[in-house]
Design a protein around this ligand. Structure first.
Ligand code: PNS
Length: 159
């Protein structure tokens, strides 16, 4: 049974994340999409809202579960009995940080393997950060996020 965790901030989930989750669900027996709770880092959406968006977008994909965690990813992986961490790679610029994180996690939990998946051809330029900026400044995010997220962004920005 190969259970994988796909951790992230997901503030908010984008089409790039959805692409990775759908492809990962075809490879692994189970994929836990895990929203990291970081009290030092406040985002546009709280963890409950991020989970709600993820559930709306990928909750019906077979084998996919949405959850959240606090503290170290390696401790969460132990609790969930998962031995694989999935991370998406968009560009070479992602590599250094991801490489460091994979090694750190491996040092803390030698049985935990990080599997990198390249982002879909039509989503490689999308980031949650840019999506929020474009939406805040009135640009269209129609091609960047699922419809549910688009509505949530509008609700948040319009107040
Ligand atoms: O979507 P992000 O912001 O790139 O995700 C980063 C995340 C949440 C995967 C990473 O910050 C993380 O694993 N946080 C949990 C705390 C932890 O384990 N930190 C040490 C990582 S080596």
């Amino acid at each position: 049974m190969s259970k994988a965790i796909y951790p992230g901030s997901f503030d908010p989930v984008t089409n790039g994340h959805v692409n990775i989750i759908e492809r990962a669900a075809r490879i692994f027996d189970g994929v836990v999409v895990a929203v990291a709770t970081n009290s030092q880092k406040t985002g546009m959406f709280d963890v409950g809202e991020r989970m709600e968006m993820l559930k709306a977008c990928v909750g019906s994909v077979p084998g996919v579960e949405v959850d959240s965690f606090e503290g170290l990813l390696v401790d969460y992986a132990r609790r969930r009995e998962a031995t694989i961490v999935i991370r998406g790679l968009r560009a070479v610029s992602d590599f250094e940080y991801e490489f460091q994180m994979a090694h750190m996690n491996h040092q803390l939990h030698p049985m935990l393997e990080t599997v990198f998946m390249v982002t879909g051809t039509t989503e490689f330029y999308i980031s949650s950060q840019l999506v929020k900026e474009v939406a805040r400044l009135g640009g269209s995010v129609d091609e960047l996020v699922p419809a549910f997220v688009r509505a949530e962004l509008k609700r948040k920005i319009d107040g």
